[in-house]
Design a protein around this ligand. Sequence first.
Ligand SMILES: *Cc1c(COP(=O)(O)O)cnc(C)c1O
Length: 499
Amino acid sequence: MAEEKLIFELSKEGREAFSLPEIDVPVEPIEKLIPPELLRQELNLPEVSEVDLVRHFTNLSRRNFGVDNGFYPLGSCTMKYNPKVNEEIAQMPGFTAIHPLQPEEEVQGILELLYNFEQYMCSIFGFDAFTLQPCAGAHGELTALMMIKAYHEKKAGSREQKEKNREQGSGIRNKIIVPDSSHGTNPASVSMVGFQTIVVKSNERGNVDLDTLKSVVGDDTAGLMITNPNTLGLFDEHIMDVADIIHQAGGLLYYDGANANAALGISRPADLGFDVAHFNLHKTFATPHGGGGPGSGPVGVTKKLEPFLPVPRIIKEAAHYALCLTNFSDSIGKIHSFHGNINVIVKAYAYIRSLGAKGLKEASENAVLNANYILARLKPYYYLKYDRTCQHEFVISAKWQKEKYGVKALDIAKRLIDYGFHPPTIYFPLIVEEAMMVEPTETESKETLDAFCDAMIAIAKECETNPDLVKTAPHSTPVKRLDETKAAREPHLRWNPGN
Ligand SMILES: *Cc1c(COP(=O)(O)O)cnc(C)c1O
């Protein structure tokens, strides 16, 4: 691939990216439109012709990797295909040309859509109410933990009562338990609301170790945050026992449903005993994310936590939809300006409506089937720490390759790029050494899954016959291995003349 110059390097004085005739109607002088103190005379902007401009950005875009040009099995992150019909619907002017400050009666349509979306989420996951305000999974976690905190504070009663408890040595509920397989955002969110994280280990089957759990719960337990199926792609076989242990200790159960791809139409977190959960529309409900768009992380609650939901809430009175701020004195307040990332919700709404209940269930069944198919094909070639039927994703390891040939998960990931695949998530979850976390999603064909397996198997063979080839990969990309530490620590995000 030829080296792509910077647009500043392509610049030639006097070139312009358009050619239009001189304006022959009166125009306001620029000084009248823009305050003179904001007008700059010298602007170092690139000067290129239209064709050079279009080629430059088209060439750059072709170096990007996305779900629209290849298989992207990034475990936990769910890079599933984003049906284009959802994009078209979300671009309809009825959705894009409205303003959040418009009077209620002018935006009944979108309020109805949001109200119905909450109802769908309630029925899919079993909860009693939802907030659609949070704009990411981590934002949903924060919202939920704030509600958990508000719930315990309300229960603990007045300040005097709390002082009394403290004097008597009985606990303030400020500890959140998370398994050692948890997503990194979980302990981070716990800290943000001022709770402490207690980590419990997983047992040899990848479930929460019940004895350890029993030994850490107490009257200081605010709750437990758990992903199920967890980040190993395994369904906790004793989840009901986990729920009982936490509830008996007076804690609440939080379900990190960021990636609920195995659950749709199959298991509902509220039925399993969970009190609160968040769900990423940008994972499970096919809305683009990463470089492709913003997220949305709605939070569902059972009756117990409903009074604490953020405001405003959408209320239906006869045939009228209203945004209601009052009557919710226990609410944690607003956690986002206006109503969240509405455009993302419209796409997820379209996804749910186009699949229907049957289609959603099939999506989960196919996601699980696809993951198990790849796992079965790769098992002879890569170490598998927890040998169980997986859910929508699984974690294999480069342990054998590292021990025998000094090839690491990172090397295998880089080599996959040469084969035309986006690498899986690596080095997560932390409890599997040299982890490679694969999530194929429901939309891939058997041919694509086979091509990926063939590449992974070919790489396993290369590790034996030519380990250096793998260790120095990628060989096919415009840039080779990047210094990722330097990129993270000393980012240069802006081009300036002379550097
Ligand atoms: C992706 C993910 C999150 C965080 O979601 P963001 O939208 O990236 O903030 C949390 N938990 C799990 C299990 C996830 O997969």
